[in-house]
Design a binder for this molecule. Sequence first.
Ligand SMILES: Cc1cc2nc3c(=O)[nH]c(=O)nc-3n(C[C@H](O)[C@H](O)[C@H](O)COP(=O)(O)O)c2cc1C
Length: 378
Amino acid sequence: MRGGDAGRTMHRKLDHIRIAIDSRVEHDAPSLLGEVELVHRALPEADLDSVRLETRFLGKRLAAPLMITGMTGGHSVAEKINCVLAEAAAEAGVAMGVGSQRAAIENPSLASTFASARRCGGGELVLVANIGAPQLVKGYSVEHVVRAVEMIDADAVAVHLNAAQEAFQPEGDTDYSGVLEALERLAGELPVPVIVKETGHGIGYEAALALRAAGIRYLDVSGVGGTSWVRVEMYRALEAGRVALAEAARVYSSWGIPTAQAVVEARWAAPDACIIASGGVRSGLDAAKALALGADLAGAALPFIRAYAEAGREGVSRLLDAFRLELRAALFLTGSRSVEELRRAPLLVGPLLESRLRQRGVDLGLYLRRLRGLSRSC
Ligand SMILES: Cc1cc2nc3c(=O)[nH]c(=O)nc-3n(C[C@H](O)[C@H](O)[C@H](O)COP(=O)(O)O)c2cc1C
């Protein structure tokens, strides 16, 4: 990367963090997790204290099926943030991803801004590397991705899909042709699993089906309901005086597939996939609903960067504690003694989500029956 490019990438990354913390960057549309209700069990026949949240992910043990999804790196500020998030994630026994490592792949002096996550989180932390899908068709070889994995001793690499964001970014990488083939090659050659993740606009049935056929078994659906990257770009365009671009971004700011719908569509398309639900997951109860609906893990990003901005390490740990407490309560109150049992807990689905799924060809009754018969592994 040329000096100017590296500088621009760094500035863009800092802009993103600043805007995400300070501005109203969330979709106007909901995740539709609010349409999902877990059925209360008046006789749980379990002890709250002995409810087990443990699960396995990428060959390691998690104390809870939760993840702080990829956000940052590439700058000294990010080095500190990755360290703090990793310490808190390791202490709570949840997984974590770093942000796009493109900057450090092209400028190795920035590697420590990502590697701080492994250094601070320790060997047991489930840590996920990150690169952008457009890079796979713009000259990145498997060796480049291996570099990202080795940089943080990662347990997997997440390849992010952000077509919606790139479409409204003046310097956007908008060429997605050949990405699927590149992903298939990568999954066949890389020594660690490839997670394909969206970034807040959702993976639906067609994309999940194509990805699974290409050999991808890990999907983070990252749907509508939380951070909208188009909205982030809207603020950047406004700041740069690009009025027409800002207006176009505003029009598309809630574009995409709501998280609850994306979980079902992805599971319907890829029954044996390991599915992470993110995008607007804002509590342990949201996480519990996503798990009962078909996800294996639930993740969030924005709440953790904001908790960090507000109260540093303590803020992040407090939020992780709250998520775990709320998730534990959901298990207890549905009579589930383990995450495995929660995945089979009865649930009610509201008319909006039900009708959207019907229009997408999903028979919800059949889906839920099939789901309960599936043995899922991550
Ligand atoms: C400040 C910030 C930076 C992000 N950077 C990345 C990134 O570099 N790579 C990536 O795959 N996702 C990135 N994301 C997207 C998140 O991982 C997640 O998919 C998305 O924000 C939806 O989750 P949320 O609603 O909980 O924020 C970022 C999110 C935030 C808030």
